[in-house]
Design a protein around this ligand. Structure first.
Ligand code: ATP
Length: 355
């Protein structure tokens, strides 16, 4: 059996064929996405791909030209924003400057007619949850950016929304606060169990916070999978290049379009049969798939050696002028200093071709 609390915090969300046009621009072009109860899905993609529009459509702040938005199976298109029970946090600090921290958090409860004593209590609980109890009597301008966003989060959660919507909530913060608050948001989200849509253009942020990451391109979902799956098995070259770093290497298709030759090595194609033997193509290989072994008569020479802690990124220049990035365990890369001759391998995983 499901308790009232659980149904409230763990709504399911489904976008079906969402379309939204602004003049000539198709902001959403047939967007389909399902979010399970309690799941955190991050929408990731380049600027203008429609992430914010999708979030605003779910919030009820943006109309659609076609499609359905189901929350717990009920179409909410046409339901006004203030009747949708959505908690929102935006990039820009959107606290009320003339209200104390506690009154900011209690604001939505006041609108809903919750009695003063009950809303004070609830606001205090939420401030405790985000670790800001001691600041409850302060005003927003007396808080750091990270603290203000935590208040915004407490305010969004105070009304016990059915879904939490986060639109680039960390992008105005500096790097350290950003990663700290990111981890805090995730802990809080898991603890409350609230279904969450998180919009970001930062791939590291998306991969580290989400249950699943939806990569958007031109108003559609290109792929939606767990971070590990997305990284290891990108469905398209667009996803492969958008998530993580890729070497782009010149290759020639061979063996009945099942393989590709890259500087003397034959690699298996992840999507065979798409080309004709002899075609010149661009092959995508992750830096961590590349192996380098010192060899005085090797086919490449090390040109750069960049220590990054556990991993060292080594750049090797092939005889045809192609630069290859290799991420190696630092212990194995210690001797590969610039000038060292090396043999280069590209691993055994099937490879994608750039589109
Ligand atoms: P960003 O990361 O830059 O915020 P995004 O992926 O969130 O981008 P959206 O803000 O959803 O993208 O915008 C998608 C497209 O729709 C863009 O081309 C944008 O210029 C356009 N667009 C969005 N809102 C409007 C509007 N109100 N009027 C006109 N065009 C709009």
């Amino acid at each position: 059996t499901v308790t009232a609390q659980q149904t409230k915090t763990g709504a399911s969300v489904e976008f079906r064929g969402l379309r939204r046009e602004f003049g000539e621009v198709r902001a959403l072009d047939g967007l389909d996405l399902t979010i399970a109860p309690g799941e955190l899905v991050a929408l990731l993609g380049p600027s203008g791909c429609g992430k914010t529009t999708a979030l605003r459509v779910l919030a009820g702040l943006e109309a659609v030209d076609a499609g359905e938005v189901l929350v717990d199976g009920t179409d909410v298109v046409g339901v006004p924003a203030n009747k949708r029970d959505m908690g929102m946090v935006f990039q820009a600090y959107s606290l009320f400057p003339n209200l104390t921290v506690r009154d900011n958090v209690a604001f939505g409860l006041r609108l809903r007619g919750v009695a003063p004593a009950a809303r004070q209590k609830r606001a205090q609980e939420l401030l405790e949850l985000v670790g800001l109890s001691a600041q409850e009597k302060r005003y927003p301008h007396q808080l750091s950016g990270g603290q203000q966003q935590r208040v915004a989060l407490a305010r969004a959660l105070a009304i016990e929304p059915r879904v939490l919507l986060l639109d680039e909530p960390l992008s105005a913060l500096d790097a350290l606060v950003r990663t700290q608050l990111r981890d805090e948001i995730r802990r809080l989200q898991l603890r409350v169990g609230i279904t969450t849509l998180f919009v970001t253009h930062d791939q590291e942020e998306a991969l580290s916070i989400a249950d699943r990451v939806g990569v958007m391109r031109s108003g559609r979902l290109e792929q939606c999978d767990s971070p590990a799956e997305l990284y290891a098995r990108p469905a398209t070259a667009f996803v492969a290049e958008f998530v993580g770093t890729m070497n782009r290497l010149p290759g020639t298709v061979a063996v009945g379009s099942a393989s590709v030759d890259v500087v003397g090595e034959r690699l298996v194609l992840a999507e065979p049969g798409k080309h004709t033997d002899g075609d010149s193509v661009t092959v995508l290989v992750r830096p961590e798939a590349v192996t380098l072994a010192a060899a005085s008569d090797g086919r490449a020479v090390v040109t750069d050696h960049s220590f990054r802690g556990a991993v060292t990124r080594v750049t090797a220049l092939l005889s045809d002028g192609t630069a290859v990035l290799a991420d190696l365990p630092s212990v194995a890369a210690a001797d590969l200093v610039p000038g060292t001759g090396v043999d280069v391998g590209f691993g055994t995983q099937p490879v994608l071709l750039a589109s």
